[in-house]
Every structure is written in C-alpha cells, then in structure tokens.
Design a protein around this ligand. Structure first.
Ligand code: CAA
Length: 259
C-alpha cells in the first residue's frame, strides 16, 4: 500500500483509512484507487479490525475520478478499466462494515465511494453531488443505482441529470447520511465512535448482519427472509452468542472472541 495516498491507523478495533491526495482534492487516480482497495482488503482480512472508517480531509472527502487522467482515456482503455474488480465493488463487498466520514465535497466517484460504504457520518460542511453530467458522462461507480435506492428515483434523477449538489442537512433529510456533526472538528471522531460501537460487537454476527441487510437490496422479500433465517441459524451456532447471552444473564460485559 502507498502510505502517501492512504494513511492507515488501527485503534481499538477500528481501522481508519485517510485519503491523502490534497493537491487534487483526493481525486481518485488509479494509484489512489489501488492503494485504497489494497488497504480495504487488508483490513477485511485482519481479525483485529472490527470496523473500517474511510475519511477524507476537512474540505473534501474526494472530488471523484481523476478528470485529468479520464480526459485522455479512449474507449478501449475505458473498456479495459472495467475488467476485474474496481474500488467501488471492493468496498461494497468488504465483509467488515465501513463508515464513510465525509467533510466538504464528496463528488462523482468520491460520492459513489461513500455510497458503497455501509454508513455515512457527515460534517455540516459536507456536499454530495454527481457532477458527471456536466462533463458529458454519467456516474460509473454505482452512483445511479445506489443513489436511487437510497434517496428515491425522483431525487436521484434530479441530481444525476443536473449535477446539482445537496448539503448535509438535505442529505440527512433524504436518509443518505446517518448523522451530521455540528462542530466541524468532531466529524472524524464521530465516525470513529460509531465504528467503535460496531467493533465492540460479536465479529461473526456483525458480518452476518451486514450481509443480511445488504441482501434486502438484492432479493425479493421471501428470499431475503429465508436468507436472513439461515444467517440467524449460523449466528446461533457461534461461541460468541453463548457468551453474549450468558453475559446478559450474569449482568456483565460480553467478551467476544470472533468464534
Ligand atoms: N480530477 C482531477 N483533478 C482534480 C479533480 C478531479 N476530479 N478535482 C479537483 N482537481 C484538481 C484541480 O484540477 C486543481 O488542480 P490544479 O491545482 O492543478 O489546477 C486542484 O485539484 C484544486 O481544485 P480546485 O481549484 O477546483 O479546488 P476548489 O477547492 O476550488 O474546488 C471542487 C473543489 C469543487 C471539488 C472542484 O475541484 C471540482 O468541481 N472538481 C471536479 C469534481 C467532479 O467533476 N467530479 C466528477 C469526476 S468524474 C467521475 O467521478 C466519474 C466516475 O464516477 C467514475
């Protein structure tokens, strides 16, 4: 992983991946995408990590795909770049929950990165948008699909067709973000705190719960309920659920082991 582009810290079960390309407003160059993908996959494989936070800077989460690189990409190169797993797929398929910590601009591919995460904590300065239409293209990292599912077709259509941005207050009202942090300095800490709560839970159950909720987007209700039931049964077979229930009855904190 390139330490310059993604700065990683792990503390109390939470891995924070800080995007670090300030000169380009964290535009997602090939190098940054590869570095972030590698970091996410490494965190997912690390048993000491119970939740991941992907954060940008105070004034920008990420300004989208790198327009300077995109400008010179022809059709063949674009088709080639669609082969294999891309960043947004890697983030969406990570079994460990991911919280996006967004302050300032989350635009284009940067917004799609936040949408591929499981929860979003925003500062009051956050702005979300899909400006691709102003460049003569459309979102290519899952934006049209995930945005419509989260905020509804009409609102997504307006954003995608006009390139209009929404602010943190609107994003909260639309159900796009989990919380808006009033004091500008605290947004990252709030995201880490949310992640810490998840990281304290039983790791196997957390992964199953994430899988079950995500299945709601993909499956009809009857299949989703059957899927949930299987995952519940597997959770019932874990040592951690015995510990969790004993701890409740014995009025003490559970000591989960991820088994
Ligand atoms: N790609 C490449 N470089 C970018 C960039 C991007 N997406 N966004 C900003 N930069 C660069 C600028 O070119 C500038 O570089 P120079 O110093 O070399 O001129 C530097 O970052 C600072 O940018 P600004 O002066 O514009 O900074 P600002 O603070 O005034 O504005 C901003 C910030 C609102 C994010 C503005 O930079 C902006 O609108 N950026 C483009 C956003 C955009 O259109 N994103 C969609 C990209 S396409 C996409 O994402 C496709 C996809 O889904 C896969």
């Amino acid at each position: 992983m390139d330490e310059q582009l993604v700065i990683q810290t792990v503390d109390e079960g939470v891995a924070t991946l800080q995007l670090n390309r300030p000169e380009a407003r964290n535009a997602l160059s090939d190098e940054l995408r590869v570095a972030l993908m590698g970091a996410v996959e490494a965190c997912d494989a690390n048993p000491d990590v119970g939740c991941i936070v992907i954060a940008g800077g105070d004034d920008y989460f990420a300004a989208g795909a790198d327009i300077k690189a995109l400008r010179d990409r022809d059709l063949v190169a674009t088709l080639d770049s669609g082969r294999g797993r891309n960043l947004w797929q890697a983030v969406a398929s990570c079994q460990t929950p991911i919280v996006a910590a967004v302050s300032g601009y989350a635009l284009g591919g940067g917004f799609e990165l936040a949408l591929a995460c499981d929860m979003i904590v925003a500062s009051e300065t956050a702005e979300f948008g899909t400006p691709e239409i102003t460049l003569g293209i459309i979102p290519g990292g899952g934006g049209t699909q995930r945005l419509a599912r989260v905020i509804g077709k009409q609102r997504a259509m307006e954003m995608v067709l006009t390139g209009k941005r929404i602010n943190a207050t609107e994003a909260l009202a639309f159900g796009l973000v989990n919380q808006v942090v009033g004091k500008r300095d605290d947004w990252r800490a709030a995201a880490v705190e949310l992640a810490r709560v998840v990281a304290r839970r039983a790791p196997v159950a957390v992964r199953m719960a994430k899988q079950a909720v995500l299945a709601a987007e993909e499956t009809p209700l009857s299949a989703g309920l059957a899927h949930e039931r299987r995952l519940f049964e597997i959770a019932m077979a874990t040592e951690d659920r015995v510990e969790g229930m004993n701890a409740f009855i014995e009025k003490r904190r559970p000591q989960f082991k991820g088994r």
